[in-house]
Design a protein around this ligand. Structure first.
Ligand SMILES: O=c1[nH]c(=O)c2ncn([C@@H]3O[C@H](COP(=O)(O)OP(=O)(O)OP(=O)(O)O)[C@@H](O)[C@H]3O)c2[nH]1
Ligand SMILES: [Mg+2]
Length: 667
């Protein structure tokens, strides 16, 4: 087919393309107005089937994703028999669209949260004005005109105050808890946390905004949005909202931003604004919700219950975490191209409408409801059936996690059994517990009165336990070492402030490096492997006559030469002395500092005596061993003087002295 644009003057082509773009974005009323304004302008004859009309229809159809209608033969514009009253047009945006980076900084809490609605979902594109149709199920009458330019002039960006690292860390935890699922519990505890920190609400909201920009999956964004939704709903149900004031202007500005970005047409924005300004929430939706929904869904586009793809421009490499680690530099802001609207599928709308029964994109009306004095929104907690979850398969809870849950419920039960006493203690904690690792969480005057103190206390205790690492993993491939380490730790006077578990991993060991370097490298690998706090050890047997050899390579010497060979190595030397060295290493997690603890025992190499179940024990006679080889000694006697016992004793003392900082480092 011939290109109808061929042969047109370049400037006419350009004019046509620009006009088609504007009209496609701004809708039918915009087109009507432009036509009326240019009825006698030959430069826009293509609007009236004049020169370039076919090309114009083609470009327009391309923008709208439809087929171009056939163009009628050239004819002059028909004079209108009656004067046509121009339809209202959206005022031209007076604010430039902000750059993507930092676009949400400086917003108030609710505004920032509203903006999240904007960012939360890449959705299906309903037909034009379907958003309004879904919202209203009929005409919105009497919406007062909004002087947008005036609103925008008066609206000021609020100052953003920094959060303390501790609060930011806790917020990170709240967001991370929503990565896979917006479970009731996760939403509820997230909301309680924000409420407990309501004095910092605007700060928290802007931080949520910042972090939400970097969440890779839309499911995660959506879940954070549910948290915000729940928070606002709870706020709305309060007589005196904690922090939502002066929201309306922010909402209006956001609507304008949505128009600027092509998310809403001018027509849709006008209707959203009308709803935001309306005195009442819209009534019951259309009696045929299924039909509305079907019309709003585009075939082939995943519905809310299906898996949504990650945001455009932010592909997630396999296995990469959804949430940037706390304190990590943020990656570039994902582009927001591709955001489109969608209705929630399958909503059965009956009875009084609450904001939750309205598709998520309608946060504007929710917030306006909250912000307007005297307007009350019925609170309805999140219903998982109404909140689509795009979940990866659930991980099976680890026995450790289950044990912690068990412990929590035991604590709770204890508290219920002695509630009077616990109440007193709870109040005491509120005032005096300066060691509380989560002070902001439980010491604010606005702790919700609805939470029974026993629950808060149990939660506080559970959380302070969480301040310690769940487990310190001893990584070794050597069962005999593990046996000795367990024995040494169990027999110590002071209990290690960490629960030591073990993982059997044969880690590769550096060659040609010093014993110290080998041990440090081994521990780093272990921390990477475990992704958490670890301890390791590396044992050497060093002959003085051989200037420290075999040293860290004793494992391979022993394997190839056996006990006899280990003796023969010294055949040509008078000096049979040697020392056993154990380097215990400790690391709080991947990339963290490795602490080294060096334990040594002097002795000499002798002919094998005693049980042969552990390494070179039968050929090593310690100076303090009263003539016995390590193999001939009891476990207790060996551990009391052994290289391992000594290194582990140092590690234990260090950990006891540095428990809090190590626990902090391992988070
Ligand atoms: O008689 C012994 N008394 C000990 O007290 C002792 N501690 C370690 N060893 C042996 O010395 C080599 C060290 O190598 P090593 O530190 O790399 O250990 P490993 O590779 O077996 O385990 P790990 O590295 O996974 O922890 C290995 O052959 C160990 O069996 C010992 N022999
Ligand atoms: Mg080894």
């Amino acid at each position: 087919m011939a290109d109808p644009g061929n042969g047109l003057a370049p400037d006419l082509r350009k004019r046509i393309e620009i006009m088609a773009d504007h009209i496609a974005r701004n809708g039918a009323e915009f087109e009507t107005t432009v036509k009326q304004k240019n009825a006698s302008n030959p430069q826009f004859a293509f609007l009236y089937n004049g020169e370039g009309a076919e090309y114009y229809q083609q470009v327009l159809a391309k923008h709208r994703g439809t087929q171009a209608p056939p163009v009628a033969p050239l004819r002059p514009p028909a004079p209108s028999p009656t004067p046509v009253v121009p339809a209202p047009v959206m005022p031209a945006p007076v604010m430039p669209a902000p750059a993507p980076a930092g676009q949400f900084s400086g917003m108030t809490a609710p505004m920032a949260m509203t903006a999240m609605a904007n960012m939360a979902m890449p959705l299906a594109s309903p037909p034009a004005a379907s958003l309004a149709t879904l919202l209203r199920g009929g005409q919105v009458q009497g919406a007062p005109p909004v002087e947008l330019a005036d609103v925008l002039r008066r609206w000021k960006e609020p100052q953003v105050l920094a959060l303390t690292p501790e609060v930011e860390r806790q917020l990170h935890g709240v967001i991370a808890s929503l990565e896979h699922m917006a479970s009731r519990d996760a939403i509820k505890s997230g909301r309680l946390w924000i409420e407990c920190n309501s004095a910092l609400a605007p700060h928290i909201a802007s931080h949520i905004m910042r972090r939400v920009s970097f969440l890779v999956t839309c499911a995660h964004r959506l879940h954070v949005l549910y948290l915000v939704h729940d928070l606002l709903q709870t706020e709305a149900a309060r007589k005196e909202p904690l922090f939502v004031t002066g929201v309306l202007m922010g909402v209006l500005r956001l609507v304008q931003l949505w128009v600027d970005r092509g998310i809403l047409s001018a027509q849709e924005a006008e209707e959203v604004k009308a709803i935001t300004m309306a005195k009442e929430l819209p009534g019951v939706l259309s009696p045929q919700p299924q039909q509305v929904t079907a019309a709003a869904m585009r075939p082939g586009v995943p519905g809310p219950s299906q898996t949504m793809p990650p945001m455009a421009g932010a592909p997630r490499p396999a296995g990469a975490p959804c949430l940037a680690p706390y304190g990590a530099p943020m990656p570039p802001v994902p582009m927001l191209h591709g955001y489109q609207k969608q209705a929630l599928a399958g909503l059965q709308q009956t009875g009084i409408q609450t904001p939750e029964t309205v598709p998520v994109g309608v946060l504007a009306s929710m917030i306006a409801s909250v912000a307007t004095p005297g307007r009350h929104v019925r609170y309805k907690p999140l219903d998982p059936a109404m909140t689509p979850q795009t979940l990866p398969p659930m991980e099976v809870p680890t026995p450790q996690l289950l044990a912690k849950v068990e412990e929590f419920y035991e604590d709770l039960q204890d508290e219920v059994n002695s509630s009077a006493a616990s109440k007193g203690r709870f109040e005491e904690h509120l005032r005096f517990d300066t060691d509380d690792p989560f002070p902001q969480l439980f010491r604010t005057p606005q702790s919700p009165p609805s939470i029974p103190p026993v629950v808060v206390e149990a939660l506080r205790r559970a959380m302070s336990k969480r301040a310690m690492p769940q487990a310190l993993v001893f990584v070794t491939g050597n069962a005999k070492k593990l046996e000795e380490v367990k024995h040494i730790l169990a027999s110590g006077e002071e209990e290690l402030p960490f629960e030591v578990t073990s993982q059997k991993v044969d880690l590769p060991e550096l060659q040609g490096a010093s014993t110290q370097e080998i041990a440090v490298q081994k521990c780093r690998l272990a921390a990477e492997h475990v992704k958490g706090p670890v301890m390791c050890e590396d044992t050497s047997l060093c002959y003085h006559a051989l200037k420290g050899l075999p040293g860290p390579y004793i494992k391979w010497f022993l394997e190839k030469l056996g006990h006899e060979g280990l003796n023969k190595l010294l055949a040509g030397y008078e000096d049979k002395s040697a020392y056993a060295q154990c380097l215990f290493t400790l690391c709080a997690g991947p990339g963290k500092e490795v602490h080294v603890f060096d334990g040594r025992t002097e002795g000499k190499i002798v002919e094998a005596r005693g049980p042969k179940d552990f390494g070179w024990d039968p050929v090593f006679e310690a100076l303090e061993g009263e003539g016995k080889t390590f193999a001939e000694m009891t476990k207790e006697a060996k551990n009391a003087i052994s290289h391992r016992g000594r290194a582990l004793q140092q590690l234990r003392s260090w950990l006891i002295a540095n428990a809090a900082s190590f626990a902090e480092e391992s988070k």
